[in-house]
Design a protein around this ligand. Structure first.
Ligand code: OGA
Ligand code: MN
Length: 294
């Protein structure tokens, strides 16, 4: 039996009593899935997983994605990680040295510091993500999570009915552009690999009957609205969703595994001094299908 200790009432639990370096038994798999459905963020300390072990844990939640970084930027050059299913969330190059200040990979990872949910820019987005910490910065570099079910529950009913059926357009390169990425400077084939997609703005969850605001900095526009109206609405929702009372801040220790549900939470990285090494890797589980007809 896993020991599940809530960090707060219905969002974030710490898990003990399990060694995930050993392949998860069917029973552990079932308990992990149930805990994730209930809490949306699971913190599991002291799990020094290697790549293969991390992938085994991730498969408990469904089929895995191939990392966007692996398919776009690094398709023709060496990667730090051996498996294309693992996203490189680090400031290290393929030989394990700190990236040069101007390296494009630094710029790409900077977008992780905007509030987002993983892979909402894919037709079939991510359900769960599993982030494993190998090296952490001594100060800074925490990751923040917001519970989008509670956010939805606390929205004004008039706002709920105004936005309940809206469709948003998510674009991987839109969020990159917000952190200084020069969109004109990238090869057209990159854009073709990751074209904009539609997603519902409010999800109805398969487990339980709660709804959840499906927000992300990847959203470029709302269908049926002009740019001004769409930006005003998105700014308003982002401000409401990221109020202090909805947020859990995770300070990393080496060996932490944090699993989150992208259907019900947003997250963002926070700043740290780039002279420090920070090395994590993420396995990302595919949801069962698109949230909307494309
Ligand atoms: C991620 C992510 C934030 C961080 O791995 O999906 O957004 O703090 N990470 O590294
Ligand atoms: Mn992320």
């Amino acid at each position: 039996m896993l020991e599940v200790t809530p960090v707060r009432e219905d969002f974030v639990a710490e898990i003990a009593g399990v060694d995930l370096c050993a392949p998860p038994t069917p029973e552990i798999a079932r308990e992990l899935r149930a805990a994730l459905d209930q809490y949306a963020v699971l913190v599991i300390p002291s799990q020094p997983l290697n790549e293969a072990q991390q992938l085994k844990v991730a498969e408990v939640f469904g089929p895995l994605e191939v990392s966007v970084g692996a398919s776009i930027y690094n398709a023709k050059r060496p990667r730090r990680l051996d498996h294309a299913q693992l996203s490189d969330i680090s400031n290290l190059d393929e030989s394990g040295k700190l990236l040069e200040p101007g390296d494009i990979r630094r710029l790409i990872n900077l977008s992780n510091q905007l509030w987002h949910t993983d892979s909402s820019f894919k037709k079939t987005p991510a359900s769960a993500s599993l982030l494993s910490a190998q090296e952490v910065a001594p100060v800074g570099g925490a990751t923040e999570f917001a519970d989008m079910r509670t956010v939805w529950d606390t929205l004004d009913p008039a706002l709920q009915s105004r936005i309940g059926d809206l469709i948003a357009v998510h674009d991987y390169f839109y969020s990159r552009s917000l952190t200084g990425f020069d969109l004109d400077g990238i090869p057209p084939e990159w854009r073709e690999m990751q074209p904009p997609v539609k997603q519902v703005l409010v999800r109805t969850l398969p487990h339980g009957n709660r709804r959840s605001l499906y927000l992300a900095s990847h959203i470029r526009s709302i269908e049926g609205m002009d740019d001004e109206e769409s930006k005003a609405l998105l700014d308003e929702l982002m401000a409401l969703a990221t109020q202090q009372q909805f947020i859990y801040r995770h300070r990393w220790r080496v060996g932490d595994l944090v699993i989150w549900d992208n259907r019900t939470t947003m997250h963002r990285g926070t700043k740290f001094d780039e002279k420090y090494r920070r090395a994590m890797r993420r396995a990302t589980v595919q949801d069962t299908g698109p949230t909307v007809l494309q």
